[in-house]
Design a protein around this ligand. Structure first.
Ligand SMILES: Cc1cc2nc3c(=O)[nH]c(=O)nc-3n(C[C@H](O)[C@H](O)[C@H](O)COP(=O)(O)OP(=O)(O)OC[C@H]3O[C@@H](n4cnc5c(N)ncnc54)[C@H](O)[C@@H]3O)c2cc1C
Length: 482
């Protein structure tokens, strides 16, 4: 229950209709029914089942930085937890109110405030949806280069807060790499701007990204944008082994030919994409390399010829133009497979669970082989592997209602985590820590860095009201069992 009187104070700040207090609306923040079009916090419940146990006491929807600051001040005075939420598409329980409190739902702060074509930057409110931002930038011949599978409902503020990474990151950098300035409401309600990116002094804009709402609420983002390339082309190759495809991709990277590329084991195509399966009627290919090149036409053509030579040297067979034309659809289908799994209605059926692994590039083949062994050991269904230039994404189908599937998934992921760690990798490289991955943070960073993070957290948020229990364990917050 919220402390007495807080409801009226919050209504005064944001208006009555922008404070949610009825149980059904509040439950929607954790039971997956938030709004299918906005994604859901529920997908991480695959393999865990504690999400819906937690319901916020209230939710507020501010419309300005000043309203956010006033809400924070009211809650801080009373020691009430605050959970910032922009798109709600995170996969790691990052917005679950494990200590109750007030969800600060930023959905009304969704305007692009400025696009500067000459100086190549944009200023956005945090709840601007990534695909909407791209639509606006596209009208100016620009792009932002952050395209997660959730781009139709994930937001700029959420992507900065978890440090989103996407396939295009190799070319454009991540959204965090492109940050110029942030405006943040601190846990005691002060509004700060992190200052000019070209200035001296502490790099304050480096503190808030990836903090998952535990250090303050981002109310404005200034980010670098890029010119849309004049020419774009896709190409694809089939290989007899996954290893040949990976080695080709590694060689292209070492030659600094940086396409947007993916590799998949051939099994995926049979089930999910007929056109590409027809390319390989005997189903003998075990590795597919799919590339998108962009830039000036002459530069792209030259790069394309070099890629043909590198792939040809490993006996890569070129995929026909007709099939390549449907590659956009194919990638969509791949991400839609993941996207469907985010939707609660599909919790009754098998859903695709995927995990992102960062491993040193020369260890990808080794980890993939271990992945195949683990698939067999645990009897995982419909395994897929997709290797972007920055990480390996492995996935399989799981019935969230089947105890066997859930137990197998837990063992499979734990073993995979050990494999990744043994070769100097980490199991997650995107998506954030939230609740689900926070134990891994400690292992990945080591004591000194964790201690410094805790000190920063305590300095900014001594009452521990900002998104409690996420990323770091400071107050022995209950971490619900898997
Ligand atoms: C199908 C699918 C595909 C995905 N693909 C990718 C992918 O390719 N790469 C990737 O990185 N992620 C991916 N994700 C995960 C997720 O969509 C992204 O991490 C996304 O960037 C989160 O944005 P959001 O607006 O939904 O954030 P939310 O879920 O609202 O919040 C995420 C975290 O940020 C905090 N937060 C949100 N807004 C603010 C704010 N204004 N101020 C401070 N803290 C805030 C929240 O408290 C929470 O801790 C995918 C998810 C799905 C469902």
């Amino acid at each position: 229950m919220p402390p007495r009187g807080i409801l009226d104070e919050l209504k005064e700040i944001v208006g009555s209709k922008n404070v949610l207090s009825d149980t059904k609306a509040l439950r929607s923040y954790t039971d997956g029914s938030l709004d299918e079009n906005r994604g859901s916090t529920s997908r991480w419940r695959v393999g865990t089942s504690y999400g819906a146990r937690f319901v916020p006491d209230l939710a507020v929807m501010p419309s300005s930085t000043e309203e956010v600051a006033a809400v924070v001040q009211v809650c801080n005075r009373r020691g009430v937890p605050l959970i910032p939420l922009s798109g709600g598409s995170n996969l790691v329980g990052a917005t679950v109110p494990i200590k109750g409190g007030v969800v600060v739902d930023m959905r009304r702060m969704n305007r692009v405030l400025k696009i500067d074509e000459s100086n190549l930057y944009a200023i956005c409110q945090p709840a601007v949806i990534l695909s909407d931002l791209q639509t606006e930038l596209g009208l100016h011949g620009l792009c932002h280069g952050t395209n997660p599978g959730s781009a139709d409902w994930a937001t700029v503020g959420g992507a900065v807060s978890i440090g989103a990474q996407t396939m295009t990151g190799f070319r454009y950098g991540t959204i965090v790499d492109n940050l110029l300035e942030l405006e943040v409401v601190l846990p005691y309600g002060d509004i700060v701007k992190t200052g000019p990116w070209y200035g001296s002094g502490y790099n304050l804009r480096g503190i808030f990204p990836r903090s998952e709402g535990t250090l303050g609420i981002i109310t404005q983002v200034t980010m670098r944008v890029h010119r849309l390339p004049p020419y774009r082309v896709s190409a694809g190759f089939m290989f007899d082994s996954f290893e040949a495809a990976v080695r080709t991709q590694l060689e292209l990277s070492s030659l600094e030919l940086h396409p947007l590329s993916t590799i998949l084991s051939s099994d995926t195509f049979g089930r999910e994409h007929e056109e590409l399966a027809r390319e390989d009627p005997k189903r003998q290919s075990r590795g597919w390399l799919i590339l998108e090149l962009e830039g000036e036409k002459t530069e792209v053509s030259r790069t394309s010829r070099r890629i043909d030579r590198v792939a040809g040297a490993r006996e890569g067979r070129k995929i026909s133009r007709r099939s390549m034309d449907s590659i956009g659809d194919f990638l969509l289908i791949f991400t839609t497979g993941a996207r469907k799994s985010a939707l609660p209605a599909l919790h009754t059926a098998k859903v695709r669970v995927s995990r992102h692994i960062w491993v040193p590039p020369d260890k990808i083949v080794e980890v993939y082989r271990a992945f195949e062994d683990l698939v067999e050991k645990y009897g995982m269904d419909d395994p897929t592997a997709l290797n972007t230039p920055t990480r390996l994404i492995v996935g399989c189908l799981v019935d969230p209602k089947s105890e066997r599937d859930i137990t197998a998934l837990a063992g499979f992921l734990e073993d995979l985590r050990m494999v990744a760690r043994d070769v100097g990798g980490t199991l997650f490289g995107a998506h954030g820590a939230g609740l689900v991955n926070k134990s891994e943070i400690e292992e990945d960073y080591g004591e000194g860095a964790i201690e410094l993070m805790k000190r920063i957290k305590l300095a900014l948020d001594p009452r521990l009201i900002m998104n409690p229990g996420k990323v770091l364990d400071l107050d022995n917050s209950e971490t619900p069992p898997e």
